[in-house]
Design a protein. Sequence first.
Length: 438
Amino acid sequence: MEQLSLFADSVPQPLAARLRPQTLEEYVGQTHLLGPGKVLRRLIEQDQISSMIFWGPPGVGKTTLARVIAHYTRASFIDFSAVTSGIKEIRSVMQQAEDNRRYGEKTIVFVDEIHRFNKAQQDAFLPFVEKGSIILIGATTENPSFEVNGALLSRCRVFVLQPLKAEEITALLARALTDKRGLGDQKIQIAPELLERIAVFANGDARAALSTLEMAVLNGDMDEEGAVTVTAETLEQCTSRKSLLYDKNGEEHYNLISALHKSMRNSDPDAAVYWLARMLEAGEDPLYVARRVIRFASEDVGLADPEALPLAVAAYQACHYLGMPECNVHLTEAVVYLSLAPKSNALYVAYGEARADAAAQLAEPVPLALRNAPTKLMEELHYGEGYQYAHDTQEKMARMQCLPDCLAGREYYRPAGEGREEALRRRLQEIKDWKRRG
């Protein structure tokens, strides 16, 4: 149980906490879910909530929305934190829910940061969700497909909450200046364009926007009458370093590397350099990026430009020797080069098709002609029989079948004809034509 201090009431709450909406009318954003006639709004207003997961980035109103539901529902509402709770606390809450059910009362259990629960903790909820003892509402910043057990996720409806628009945050900031729960009791002068600048800086995060406004007001210029003026210089000091949304182990990690890869594939060096900068400035390991660049060199450029792979490997070595921030220019060189290089995924496709055939034909024996015969027994079993040494021929090729019989004639590598691969395409066609003439 939390022990309260005698001075707890004297500690002011942060602006974001004081302005937390209590009704749907006060709630800002998520109009795709909570606009007039939208499904989630109807469920809340009719008190017909079922188990659900709120998924979205920080500061978009996941916890606030759960509090709004608590305001509307006639069910018992239990607030639960995945950070501070374990199996013992879960069992206690479930027992309370069971007692409520015996008296005909529904129980809504809200679990903030549900992705922090391990499998055993999530499994503890499952039987109670299945039999209807509780209605589970979870909030997570991580993709629930990866972080929530499949059995539990299948019994919950997922609602995706989106970052707030700049105009929505601007309106929220304007309300904070007039609302008595916020800064309405103070005389504050701040230009509308500065509120818009805070909204853009917050990048969809209402909590970050309100915290920035509060910091700017606390650092503003106060006159003799107590009026506070927030200038552009003051705001600049409060927003000197932007914290990029990035979790090196979370979904955004994979979203950004995907954006980098696909920008290079689409021959867009500007976008590729931007996504590279987003990752490096947020603290990504440059060696991780360099490894992905090496993969791209063969997967998406391949033999259309054989210099792509050595360049990518060289960039990795430069990152290894120098580290950040010096190696950022080496990665930029590789990313721009690969973006502008001719593209071919022929190697990627070739291996994928060969892998599928290899998996289906794992027991297919190697043709005798391709086997070595280092012992007399192997010679007696015809190992190596029919093998033709290519270097002994005028063409330096032999019309010998190298694939298993079941795959004879199968083609995997099909040059795209881009860049240097056009010469390879012609050469391969000449080889195939020669073999067919035999």
